[in-house]
Ligand binder design. Structure first.
Ligand code: TXA
Ligand code: MG
Length: 316
């Protein structure tokens, strides 16, 4: 469906317009602290189908339901003690919890890809919660990129990717985190890390004890496809320098051209926030490839390396 993105006169008007569009079953560009989302009414199968169409996304890949607070999440999902402890510590914020579904009608079957679990998150960005409140229900929102491409971390990038399918959108500025939320499943008494993100495994374990390594297989995120987050140019990781025709994304002092550095000071938070934007900007130069310096894999570096590996087509 070709849409015309409404040009609202103010942020307040844009939020109201977004709520209205969601109630009418239309799609909305949603700012969050992680990446921009393409949002729809979670209970409306036609609206959810429009997301899959706009993204060119495989339908077996379930979506995250975004709600304004933990009480709203509890109405959708059954959160046990550990899930509640995670919610209390990290919401609002970049953590998604996969838990057994409580109210199947609030998040339609298509949005859950037929699973009897549901992914829930309370976003940290105040404008995301304002849109959800203006709408008055749960919204499902995958990243606003076309399937397989880097997630958008600015409003302009989101509009370029999927704006043609959205009836409204809210500009929330550049995303502070820049990587998608950490996804943790809390199912049948087991806790598994399904997608690394800025809430790290160490932070989760400090709170609720060891993750069940090995439970990932059973709880596996169907969305973790091989080639993902990929620009058009091939990505080569753990590179020391550029080969002819490549753009080199450095990390740390003296690593390549500062213009293309993930972080000149070697700051992982900055690297996470800049990664997708730099991949996009590099791609626009139409290089023969994008070479990326090694990034240490500790803490937030685990999530950065996860996205880099997938962008380069390597799956571990
Ligand atoms: O930061 C984010 O999470 C962003 C912003 C917009 O909130 N959203 C996002 O959504 O990254 P998406 O659709 O690109 O990623 C959702 C991930 C996928 O890997 C999907 O397979 C997984 O969550 N997921 C969703 N529901 C699941 C379920 N019931 N069981 C296992 N994995 C699930
Ligand atoms: Mg995505």
């Amino acid at each position: 469906m070709a849409e015309h993105l409404k040009d609202s006169p103010s942020v307040t008007a844009a939020i109201a317009d977004a709520g209205h569009a969601l109630r009418n079953g239309r799609l909305v560009i949603l700012p969050t602290e992680t990446v921009y989302g393409l949002a729809a009414d979670a209970s409306n199968p036609e609206a959810v189908a429009a997301i899959f169409e706009a993204k060119g996304r495989p339908r077996f890949n379930p979506l995250i339901a975004h709600v304004a607070d933990a009480a709203a999440a509890e109405r959708l999902a059954v959160l046990d003690g550990r899930a509640r402890a995670l919610a209390e510590a990290f919401w609002p914020g970049p953590l998604t919890i996969v838990a057994p579904i409580r109210d199947a009608s609030a998040v339609c079957d298509l949005a859950r890809a037929g699973l009897d679990s549901v992914a829930v998150r309370v976003p940290g960005h105040a404008r995301a919660r304002a849109v959800i409140e203006a709408f008055g229900g749960a919204v499902v929102a995958p990243s606003a990129n076309r399937s397989g491409r880097p997630s958008p971390t600015t409003f302009a990038d989101a509009v370029e990717e999927t704006g043609a399918s959205a009836a409204a959108g809210v500009d929330g500025g550049p995303c502070a985190v820049g990587l998608e939320s950490t996804v943790v499943s809390v199912l049948g008494g087991r806790v598994a890390l399904l997608r690394p993100g800025s809430v790290t495994a160490a932070e989760i374990e400090a709170l609720i004890g060891p993750l069940d390594r090995g439970a990932e297989e059973g709880h596996r995120s169907p969305g973790r496809l091989t080639l993902h987050y990929a620009p058009d140019a091939p990505v080569r990781i753990n590179a020391d320098e550029a080969r002819p025709g490549e753009i080199f994304l450095g990390f740390g002092p003296g690593s390549g051209d500062p213009r293309w550095s993930l972080s000149e000071t070697g700051d992982l938070k900055q690297a996470a926030a800049r990664l997708f934007r730099l991949l996009r900007e590099a791609d626009r130069e139409k290089p023969s490839g994008i070479a990326v310096a090694p990034v240490p894999a500790e803490g937030l570096g685990e999530a950065v390396n996860d996205r880099l590996k997938r962008a380069s087509g390597f799956v571990g």
